[in-house]
Design a binder for this molecule. Sequence first.
Ligand code: KIV
Length: 271
Amino acid sequence: MPLHKSVRKVTTHVLNAMKLKGEKIAMLTGYDYSIARILDEAEIDVILVGDSASNVMAGYDTTLPITLDNMIYHAASVVRGVKRALVVVDLPFGTYQGNSKEALASSIRIMKETGAHAVKLEGGYQVVESIERILSAGIPVMGHLGLTPQAIHKFGTYVVRAKEEEEARRLMEDAKLLETTGCFAIVLEKIPAKLAEEVTNSVKIPVIGIGAGPKTDGQVLVLHDMLGLTQEFSPRFLRRYLDLHSEIKGAVQAYINDVRAGQFPNEKEQY
Ligand code: KIV
């Protein structure tokens, strides 16, 4: 029986075993209780409480403004809706870079106040000290390489990363470093599929891709994008499974029409 069918609770060890068995890992972002319940019932393996909440929940242009308190609110809501999935929470911008003690304190707050199972942070060699300190408290860490949206102002654009040999070489080194430091998995965002495949084959920990081709150990998408709630964001890698924007708009318009025509509520919808 495939592992995802036999396990009642997804752990970091289950993800490792899935990689060993060649079973793909399915991960999606989630930010609230009601949606987390649906994702969990559907048997998603990992829910990432991503700092993309800054964009899709709060309406900011970048992931930078979201705070640790905001992330804790979203993560605690998600955890209350989950029985089976592993819940991973993004450390937001400014809560771990350049200060490993702050990284540990931020991670401890997330684990204590939300009940989540792991944290994720962006970067390679620059954040190794922070990762080591977080791991020393027994908190599992997921890495994130390639396009790292918290560094948008350094790069100025969201284009594909590591297309050039030198950047690809550094990304490979960073992936191996994250593995030896003790990360339990790595997200690779928006890099060439061939490089993502090479990284996946070069490390023993699971590699989850977004815009990184089909050969990684698993895939992640931002929920609002794959459900078609967001419309303006249409990168090549995105597959939309629903047009929820139109569905919701249609339902709201039907409700407005019913109210205006005095057709809601009807006789059965009253006391
Ligand atoms: O915040 C997020 O949604 C992410 C995914 C894009 C991996 O980090």
